[in-house]
Design a protein around this ligand. Sequence first.
Ligand SMILES: [Ca+2]
Ligand SMILES: [Ca+2]
Ligand SMILES: [Ca+2]
Ligand SMILES: [Ca+2]
Length: 304
Amino acid sequence: MIKFKHVFYAITLGVILYSCGSDGNNSVTPFDHEAQAVIDNDSLVKFLDNHYYDTTIDSIKLITNGETSLLNDSKLKTIEVNENDIDYKVYVYIGEEGSNSPSPDKGFPTIVDSVYTKYQLWKIDDYKTFSLQETGSEARWWNIYPSPTGARSTISGWKYGFADNFKGGYNNTSPGGKINYINGGKGIMFLPSGLGYRNGGSGSIPGNTNLIFYVELWDFVPNTDHDNDNVPTFSEIEFVNGKLSNLDTDGNRVADYIDSDDDGDGVLTKDEDRNKDGDPRNDFNDPNKPTVPDYLNRDVRVKS
Ligand SMILES: [Ca+2]
Ligand SMILES: [Ca+2]
Ligand SMILES: [Ca+2]
Ligand SMILES: [Ca+2]
């Protein structure tokens, strides 16, 4: 089991390389992440104000002739989030939302669902220039939320960039052919360094660098359930006004989404399913607490 206190450290792991030195442990003065967040957002806004999306080349370019800036482009979405008590803004250019079509619509991934995506990583050098760092030529599966098995997660900003913004596509692979999806979501994320490689940097990317990801979302796992307790992870965390908190109902320092007995009453959450419909969230058998499901109620130990 991963202890609760480790969970937030895991969130800051890099896409490819671990982000190091994020808290400035070796220096006398701790790094001021809050001040950096303000600097980063100012830089991002200036960058977005000086670039536009060129549909003929499917890419962003420096404004030279009065083109509509990304900042004023209706396809640019601003997402306000809060991590570690610091406010951040994530900017996402929704080129194509994606449709899953012609397969049934799975909707959008949440901030905890694994994604199957292609990406290209650029770093923002200054408000006029950006440079290519890495091209992931094949689509791969990524955890955008830490896994209880300790599998590496992506940088923190990805979950906000994908969730509720892009839908997956349709698997159009021909028998024996190369994996290919059509109608997936496609766009660009602009992320502050605090939701990327932070002040430690990663590989060729220096600390405090804002990032650009061109992404194509091919697929995702809906209702990801990290601890296989039949309660989807999204129902085992709290995400309010862009602020994510891990719940720990029984206070055992193991977050609910990786705790198989959430109320610590000795009966596994998946077994506190009296109506046997495979969902512990709709079983209420305590007249004194009619709104508390059995799996979160220590006073009720009703096995299915
Ligand atoms: Ca659980
Ligand atoms: Ca229980
Ligand atoms: Ca049930
Ligand atoms: Ca219970």
